[in-house]
Design a protein around this ligand. Structure first.
Ligand code: SAM
Length: 238
């Protein structure tokens, strides 16, 4: 994926953290998937919909752009301005209580958001899997803690994250959390390569949250944290 195709859309207004376009690009490059126009992809925790736009353009598939903090109305307006309103459906629901038809998504993609709601065992099987088609694919990129500091999120990250520190889990732990099911063929988790560039893009904006993150980058964020990539492949129909 060529991230420069989306330069015009990546801004302090559309970014809600480290550059989600870079995280998405690494996932697409590592695990290329082919889609047909009738496929439906769920972008879960899509924020301002920057990733939904890129997913729509890169795959040609239909996208459901779901977020909790950003309303469907606000995202719908943005998709209309970007000329992709026909291809992307904005939705505002809690990931813990989704109301989509069962087994409709060919893929689920979630950038910088899955850690907010999915950090308990069984979440994937109970809250996500029922909506996924057989042979479906899941691509997730989230901030986490490096494997070598796995049990130290609270002590190492609290000055920066406060009570949210527990959400930062290691790649190995995320593999355990996703767990198994008779519908899951394969789960892979890894420390992503886009860390420095994605953070650079964010820290050089004047977004007020980026200004605050800047204070902790050298002392906490860079030494202890990473981005965790998660790839899940579902089995074909039994
Ligand atoms: C840091 S933002 C990232 C947004 C976007 N994916 C990106 O990378 O720019 C985290 C997003 O997670 C979403 N989120 C948090 N908890 C959620 C929940 N329970 N259900 C759905 N979305 C949730 C928020 O609405 C927020 O937009």
């Amino acid at each position: 994926m060529n991230i420069s195709n989306y330069k015009a859309y990546i801004s302090a207004e559309t970014m809600m953290g480290p550059n989600s376009a870079r995280i998405l690009a690494e996932l697409f490059d590592k695990y290329p998937i082919s889609f047909v126009p009738d496929d439906i992809i769920l972008d879960l925790g899509c924020g301002t919909g920057l990733t939904s736009l890129i997913i729509a353009k890169e795959t040609g598939a239909k996208v459901f752009a779901n977020d909790l903090w950003v309303s469907a109305e606000e995202n719908g307006k943005r998709f209309a301005e970007w000329g992709v309103r026909e291809q992307i459906t904005p939705v505002c629901e809690d990931a813990n209580n989704l109301h989509f038809p069962k087994e409709q998504f060919r893929a689920l993609i979630s950038i910088d958001s899955y850690h907010y709601f999915a950090g308990s065992k069984g979440f994937f099987q109970e809250k996500i899997l029922p909506f996924m088609k057989d042979n479906g694919v899941v691509l997730i990129g989230i901030p986490g803690i490096k494997d070598e500091y796995a049990d130290c999120s609270k002590s190492l990250l609290s000055d920066w994250l406060g009570e949210d520190a527990h959400m930062f889990k290691s790649p190995e732990y995320w593999k355990e959390l996703i767990g198994s099911s008779d519908r899951i063929e394969l789960v892979k988790t890894w420390e992503m390569e886009c860390f420095s560039k994605a953070w650079d893009d964010w820290l050089t904006t004047n977004n007020k949250y980026a200004l605050s993150d800047r204070k902790y980058f050298e002392t906490i964020i860079k030494p202890y944290t990473c981005f965790v990539g998660i790839y899940i492949k579902l089995k074909e129909a039994l």
